[in-house]
Design a binder for this molecule. Structure first.
Ligand code: NAD
Length: 274
């Protein structure tokens, strides 16, 4: 989707934020970045490693501004230190954070959760997909303005597998439950500073992360067929919700997990044809 297809405006004018989790043009983080950019935000991008830099740089450059990109492997404290030190040096202050990062091993995203989850796999999924938000939120909050000066906003990305059992989602569902609970705890801690912290629970979308889940195609099809809107979750919908939560439109909204999945989460029984 081209930048121009995202509604333009000034809702994010004067705001600077870090977007974590762009891997390629299909990344949810990239859709959100384009929407925020179209509303005037100034963006910094963190990417996992040098290998991804080549893919991310042309995207960031396509936004037209001087690219501000930093490496941040969320499993590595020194890498996170360096990322936030670079941000501090460049901007001093941060207004928002987008966290769109998750990982679990392929072997763990298939079959029996009970039998296929190793200690290491559990720790890794939790570390990368849940703790990384706690860590990034703490670091970002230390750079955000006081409540009187506007506070800040953060958003993370989650999925319904945290609340309900989804075949093969397994350890990632458990990590997403931890991410959502963390979102609420962080929201309470940072509330007095005027920082709002929310999560978007997106329906299935075709991304690299989705490709790692066994049976992803069926998840996509069911996500559409059983949804209330009878359509796939769209990047515009997810990015628009991020814009709402990160801009002043989202005032008073914090500690929330917003479902953006064409209504799928609220369906108890799919259509009955008799
Ligand atoms: P994606 O593969 O484009 O993004 C995942 C990102 O996580 C990548 O940029 C990857 O580099 C990053 N990452 C993984 N390990 C990392 C590490 N150690 N350090 C730094 N970065 C690391 O896929 P996506 O679908 O856009 O995923 C973004 C977020 O959205 C994830 O939290 C995912 O769980 C969530 N989500 C995705 C869907 C979906 O259907 N695609 C649905 C709901 C929620």
């Amino acid at each position: 989707m081209a930048d121009s297809e995202f509604p333009t405006g000034t809702l994010m004018k004067g705001k600077r934020g870090l977007v974590m989790g762009v891997a390629n043009k299909n990344s949810i983080a990239w859709g959100i970045a384009q929407q925020l950019h179209a509303q005037g935000a100034e963006l910094a991008f963190s990417y996992q490693d040098e290998a991804l830099e080549k893919r991310v740089r042309p995207l960031v450059e396509s936004l037209g501004n001087e690219p501000f990109m930093v490496t941040a492997d969320v499993t590595n404290d020194e890498s996170m230190d360096a990322c936030f030190a670079a941000l501090k040096e460049k901007w001093g202050q941060l207004d928002f954070l987008v966290h769109a990062i998750a990982f679990a091993g392929k072997d763990e995203l298939v079959g029996s959760f009970t039998h296929n989850t190793s200690r290491l796999g559990f720790q890794r999924a939790m570390d990368i997909s849940a703790f990384s938000f706690v860590d990034a939120a703490r670091r970002a909050s230390e750079m955000m303005p006081s409540k009187e000066d506007g506070g800040g906003a953060m958003v993370s990305l989650t999925y319904l597998g945290s609340e309900r059992v989804v075949p093969n989602y397994n350890v990632m569902g458990v990590a997403k439950a931890a991410l959502e609970a963390s979102t609420r705890y962080i929201a309470r801690d940072l509330g007095p500073q005027g920082i709002r912290v929310n999560a978007i629970s997106a329906g299935p979308m075709r991304t690299l992360a989705m490709a790692g889940i066994s049976g992803g195609r069926t998840l996509m099809k069911t996500g559409k067929d059983w949804s209330m809107l009878k359509e796939d979750t769209t990047m515009e919908g997810v990015a628009g919700s991020a814009l709402y939560l990160l801009s002043d439109l989202g005032k008073s909204c914090t500690g929330e997990v917003l479902h953006v999945d064409a209504g799928f989460h609220a369906v108890g029984v799919p259509d009955i044809e008799e």
